[in-house]
Ligand binder design. Structure first.
Ligand code: ZN
Ligand code: ZN
Length: 414
C-alpha cells in the first residue's frame, strides 16, 4: 500500500496491526470485528483489516469519523444540531457486540480539534454522544467481548506533541514513541507482551492478596484517601472477557487498576500532568473530595471546562477508577506529554472521574444495583487524570487503619 507518509515505517506499522489483532484482541477465527477510527488513521485501519482477515476474521467493518466533517458541523450547523447524536449507529454497535463481535478503537485525532469552538456546543454534543453511546459503552466496560484501543501517529496530533519539529520529523518522532511503547520494536513482540502481562499479573496478585480497604496518597499538594469498593479486584495487562477470550484492552499498558468506593474518597489532590479533554487542555487541577464527591475544584487553565465536565451528572464528580503506574515506566521516562489518555495514563498513577469498570470486582456477573451497593460509581463519562509522580508515596490501609507501603517516591515499595 502506498497510503503512508514516508516518516512512518511501513514494516513496523504492519507489526503494530499484527499485535493489535493477535495480542490486543486475540481475534478468533470466524469472529467479526468493528473498528472505530477517524479517517486520519486509515493506513493503520487498512493494515488491521488485513491482519484480521489473515487471522480468520469473518467480517471487518470500519466505523469512521472525519475531522473536517466534525468541524463543518461547528462552522455551519444550526443550534439544534448540537443535541443530536447517531443513536441508531451506537445501537447497531451494541447489537454487534451482543453477537460476539470484537471491537477496536484507533486513536490518532487532533487533540485540539475543537479548541476554538464554542465550549457550550462542545459540551452539548459530547453529552448527546455520551447518552447515545451508553449501551455500547456499557457492553465494553463490562467486557462482554474482547476489545482493544491503540494509536496511530496522526499529523495534527504529532505537531501538538512535538511543536518545535517540522511536520515530517514530528510524525516520525510520534511514530517512534508509539512503536516503542507498544513493544513492536522487539524482535518478537508477541512474546514481549506475554512477559509484560505476567509482570503486571504479579502486581495484581499481590494487591488482591492484600485486599486493602483504602489507599492513602501523600505528596506536594496531595493528601488523599481513596476508599476501595467492597469486593474490589485489581486488574492489569490482559483481561478475560465474558466470551472467554483473553485480550489486552490497551496498547500500550503499564497500569494496574481497580474500582474505588464512590462514597469514600476524602482529602485534596493535585494533578501532575495536564488533562487533554475534548479539545481543551486543563492544566493545574486541584480538587477537594468529601465523602466521595468533589466539593471544590480549581485549575490554572481550562477551569470552566473542568467544572462543566464534573457537572454532567452526579457520578461525574466521583471516582470510577484508581490506577497505579510506577514513575520508571517507559512512557513516563520518555518525558513526552502525549495529550492523549491512552499514553499519558500509562506514564503516571491516575484516577478517573465517572463510570467504573464492573469487571473490577471479585464476584463476576454483578447486577448494576450490586455494583452500586458495593461502591461502584456510574456516570456518562470516564475521564482519567494523572496524580502520580516521583514525589508521591502511597500506603495501603486495612479496615483498622494499619498501613502497608505500596509506593515510595513513585516506585513500587517491594
Ligand atoms: Zn487507567
Ligand atoms: Zn481509565
Amino acid at each position: 500500500m502506498t497510503d503512508l507518509p514516508p516518516s512512518i515505517d511501513s514494516d513496523r506499522l504492519d507489526r503494530l496491526a499484527e499485535v493489535a489483532v493477535r495480542v490486543g484482541l486475540n481475534l478468533q477465527p470466524g469472529q467479526n470485528l468493528v473498528i472505530s477510527a477517524s479517517t486520519g488513521t486509515l493506513p493503520l485501519v487498512r493494515r488491521v483489516a488485513a491482519a484480521a482477515y489473515r487471522a480468520g476474521a469473518g467480517l471487518v467493518t470500519p466505523m469512521l469519523t472525519d475531522e473536517a466533517v466534525t468541524l463543518a458541523r461547528f462552522t455551519n450547523a444550526g443550534e439544534a444540531s448540537f443535541d443530536v447524536a447517531p443513536g441508531w449507529l451506537f445501537d447497531g454497535l451494541a447489537a454487534a457486540l451482543d453477537q460476539n463481535t470484537a471491537q477496536m478503537s484507533i486513536r490518532g485525532d487532533d487533540p485540539m480539534l475543537l479548541a476554538e469552538q464554542d465550549p457550550a456546543k462542545v459540551a452539548r454534543q459530547g453529552k448527546a454522544n455520551s447518552i447515545a453511546s451508553r449501551p455500547a459503552l456499557e457492553r465494553i466496560t463490562r467486557f462482554d467481548v474482547n476489545w482493544t484501543v491503540l494509536a496511530y501517529p496522526g499529523t495534527a496530533w504529532a505537531r501538538q506533541v512535538f511543536p518545535h519539529l517540522t511536520e515530517e520529523e514530528a510524525v516520525a518522532s510520534l511514530a517512534e514513541a508509539i512503536f516503542a511503547a507498544s513493544r513492536v520494536n522487539k524482535a518478537d513482540p508477541v512474546s514481549a507482551w506475554t512477559a509484560h502481562s505476567a509482570a503486571l499479573r504479579a502486581r495484581t496478585d499481590w494487591l488482591n492478596g492484600q485486599a486493602f480497604h483504602a489507599l492513602h496518597y501523600t505528596g506536594p499538594g496531595t493528601d488523599l484517601t481513596i476508599g476501595l469498593a467492597d469486593g474490589h479486584k485489581w486488574q492489569g495487562g490482559s483481561s478475560t472477557s465474558r466470551n472467554g477470550i483473553i485480550c489486552n484492552p490497551n496498547i500500550p499498558t503499564e497500569e494496574v487498576f481497580t474500582t474505588p468506593h464512590a462514597q469514600r474518597v476524602d482529602g485534596v489532590v493535585k494533578a501532575t500532568k495536564p488533562l487533554a479533554h475534548q479539545g481543551n487542555v486543563i492544566d493545574g487541577i486541584e480538587v477537594r473530595f468529601e465523602a466521595g464527591r468533589i466539593v471544590d475544584a480549581r485549575a490554572k487553565s481550562g477551569e470552566d471546562a473542568f467544572k462543566k465536565l464534573i457537572s454532567i451528572d452526579d457520578g461525574a464528580a466521583r471516582l470510577g477508577e484508581v490506577a497505579l503506574v510506577p514513575h520508571s515506566s517507559p512512557i513516563s521516562q520518555s518525558g513526552v506529554l502525549f495529550y492523549n489518555t491512552l499514553f499519558d495514563e500509562n506514564a503516571a498513577s491516575h484516577i478517573a472521574l465517572g463510570q467504573c469498570y464492573s469487571e473490577c470486582f471479585m464476584q463476576s456477573d454483578l447486577t448494576k444495583e450490586q455494583v452500586a451497593s458495593q461502591g461502584g460509581n456510574s456516570s456518562l463519562i470516564h475521564v482519567d487524570w494523572m496524580i502520580g509522580s516521583g514525589e508521591i508515596d502511597i500506603d495501603g490501609l486495612d479496615a483498622n487503619g494499619d498501613s502497608t507501603p505500596v509506593m515510595r517516591q513513585g516506585e513500587w515499595a517491594s
